[in-house]
Design a protein around this ligand. Structure first.
Ligand SMILES: Cc1ncc(COP(=O)(O)O)c(C=O)c1O
Length: 390
């Protein structure tokens, strides 16, 4: 059913041409020289959802550019979660934060201490390391397994070891996982939540990519699983609707974590922008159809990349994920060294995200962003194949 639905939808990424995109001034299209095709940072090459454009235009027209007020964003999120995932958080304890990474940082500042251990599961989004290091937290990596799924036995051992060390322990989880696109299952999350409860580990979960779970896969909110009520989720509409330039995020406590999150200073919310709140709320409230077009297009792009790689780069490894628009590509058989992205930007004039900053597991890997037009994807793969061939 999903394949049929995918085949009959228009691809929103096909509407914008390369010259259209080169007019953009954000980092994806400006970091590299104009002859480089950028398939790197997590921005999407798509027009904004109409309800978002309408809400922003209305705000600008009305001079509605002051400070945010009220629970509208939290309510929009709760309705979206209820409709999509059959689970609804309580509104009152939800806190506005400037964006997801600053929200995560403020949650750790409030609920952990310098020297505490934070477990992460590499390869993982590089700012997880930099923000935690900046806070003076000790990072303990527990890599994903070879199937790119959580290694629950290793996590249990790490929880037990950290507890034996005597320091406070937390885990920063990413679901869906950047860069692999892994969508953790309800069973995995329930096991993780029960292990965390047993070893007194604070679970902080970044669910920013959740709206981009692909058709056919199922996303489970961490706070909805048994034992998840002691966790804290930090999220926003930024990835799902391409709103990273419009800052506004949410920190959502499980039932048992509401009092703890309430200790986060009130000023943290002051960093969110009112236009951001307006945009994210409109996306969650009225952007469902747009999101579904994007999700179906990304599913088709994933299939297209499978075909392109099979035809042109058969020795490149890739285990496609079920969420996000990110493809975690294994170049190790191609002998491009630890950082294939550095080689390819020079030789192929294609920018991918380098693998090594995701952790040592990223050596020999690079991340490709599927949220672009099929034409640009096709040209990027053609250039990479030509560069490695010659
Ligand atoms: C997993 C993850 N978390 C957080 C962010 C950044 O979110 P924000 O700009 O709201 O800090 C990204 C951006 O790509 C991401 O992939």
């Amino acid at each position: 059913m999903d394949d049929a639905a995918t085949a009959t939808r228009e691809d929103p990424f096909a509407r914008l041409t390369e010259p259209d995109l080169r007019r953009r001034t954000s980092v994806k299209w400006r970091r590299f020289a104009p002859d480089v095709l950028p398939l790197w940072v997590a921005e999407m090459d798509v027009d904004l959802a109409e309800p978002v454009v309408d809400a922003l235009q209305r705000a600008i027209r009305d001079g509605d550019t002051g400070y945010p007020c009220g629970p509208g964003y939290a309510e929009a999120y709760a309705s979206f979660a209820a409709e999509r995932w059959g689970w609804e958080p309580a509104i009152d304890p939800i806190r506005l934060v400037p964006d997801v990474m600053i929200g995560i940082s403020e949650v750790f500042k409030t609920l952990t201490s310098p020297g505490d251990t934070v477990i992460v599961d590499p390869p993982v989004y590089p700012p997880f390391y930099s923000y935690l290091r900046h806070l003076g937290r000790r990072i303990r990596p527990v890599p994903l397994g070879p199937d790119l799924r959580l290694d629950l036995a290793a996590l249990e051992a790490a929880f037990a070891r950290s507890r034996a060390d005597g320091a406070g322990t937390a885990m920063l989880l990413c679901n869906p996982h950047n860069p692999t696109g892994t969508v953790h299952s309800a069973a995995e999350l329930a096991t993780l939540a029960s292990l965390a409860a047993r070893h007194d580990v604070l679970m902080v979960v970044d669910e920013i990519h959740a709206p981009l779970t692909l058709p056919g896969a199922e996303f489970t909110p961490f706070l909805s699983v048994p034992g998840g009520e002691s966790g804290i989720v930090v999220t926003s509409a930024a990835k799902g609707w391409n709103l990273s330039g419009l800052k506004a995020g949410l920190a959502i406590p499980g039932r048992a974590a509401a009092d703890a999150l309430a200790r986060m200073p009130e000023e943290v919310g002051h960093g969110a922008s009112h236009l951001g709140v307006i945009a994210h709320s409109a996306a969650l409230h009225d952007g469902g159809r747009w999101l579904d077009d994007v999700r179906h297009a990304l599913l088709a792009h994933r299939g297209l990349l499978v075909d392109l790689l099979r035809e042109q780069l058969p020795s490149l490894g890739w285990r496609p994920g079920e969420g996000t628009y990110l493809a975690w590509l294994d170049f190790r058989a191609l002998d491009l060294g630890d950082d294939p992205a550095a080689v390819l930007v020079e030789r192929a004039r294609v920018a991918l995200t380098p693998g090594p900053p995701f952790g040592p597991e990223g050596d020999g890997f690079a991340r490709l962003n599927l949220a672009t037009s099929p034409a640009i994807m096709g040209e990027a793969v053609r250039r990479i194949a030509a560069a490695v061939a010659g």
